[in-house]
Design a protein around this ligand. Sequence first.
Ligand SMILES: Nc1nc2c(ncn2[C@@H]2O[C@H](COP(=O)(O)OP(=O)(O)O)[C@@H](O)[C@H]2O)c(=O)[nH]1
Ligand SMILES: [Mg+2]
Ligand SMILES: [Zn+2]
Length: 322
Amino acid sequence: MDHNTIAKCATVFKRLVLSLLSQPSPRSIIIEEYSAKVVNRHGAHLLVKDEQGIRHRCISPKKFSYVVCGDRVRCKYIDRDRDQLIEVSSRNNELLRQTEYATKLVAANIDSLVIVCAIEPAPSLELIDHYIVAAENLPASAMIVINKIDLCKSTETIAAIKNKYSNLPYPVIETSIEKPSSLEDLTRHLADHTCIFVGQSGVGKSTLINSLIPTLNIDTQTISDSIHQGKHTTSVTTLYDFPQGGELIDSPGVRNFSLPKLDKEKVSKGFCEIDKLSAQCKYHNCLHINEPSCAVKNAMGKNELHVERYASYKKMMEKFEK
Ligand SMILES: Nc1nc2c(ncn2[C@@H]2O[C@H](COP(=O)(O)OP(=O)(O)O)[C@@H](O)[C@H]2O)c(=O)[nH]1
Ligand SMILES: [Mg+2]
Ligand SMILES: [Zn+2]
């Protein structure tokens, strides 16, 4: 019998005793409500974990349809098979994603974005910059994981990523599930935080989480699946307890991560090295595109700013100007 069933049996037993004694206790109402965190969501069905780490199935009324993985909630016991969501706490932050048609919530209350790329499929450095802009605006910290380094034939790809982010506050960690020792550095960065793994489909997010939490068995994309369009790719964002403290969130991969429309200040905030330089520009509202006496353009001229970071910044500014 798992913890969940034992807890449910205990509640049912307690109700039975109380009804036999004909003493409806106001205390039982309090016990039957509890605080929890959302583990995942399938339509109106939520899986939540209470403060003891026990998981409960929970129904989400329509008015709480916005609730996502990572939300802090209150739930109420209904019957032995399910509980009901009754209250949602305000969020520290929320990760959003823009699809062709709508803005989607990915997860809430995040401390850190673990941006996973891999030797295969080939990494998109622009996508990494998009995720960094998202992290800076949450705000949350960010780290870059280069996975599948066992497949690396030349060090060129790794060197390009390391070089681009070398003077920025985003650790670049190399990993491979073929080399368990490569996960030690990553473990140190993850411990005690709520970390969401993001990145293209097939880079190894679920495989890494499975390796970091040995008791897990998340479905991952097998080789034959990847040929046949990947049946076992992650479909819902799910939160797992990390044995070293904190939580790891697995999210479905995306072909193109797109940020919801941001104002110019937020794009600028997303490039911390550009944001820092802007205090020295002649104009306080300098966008660092064509303005005179621009500290960002000066830094570019002196090779103090990475060309590709500036290119990403400019492209994002132009995109959100429309
Ligand atoms: N060679 C190699 N393959 C890996 C590594 N990590 C994951 N994979 C493989 O990459 C494929 C995609 O992994 P998956 O975890 O489903 O990717 P996700 O879509 O990012 O969750 C699977 O076939 C994994 O076995 C690694 O470090 N090295
Ligand atoms: Mg996955
Ligand atoms: Zn400027």
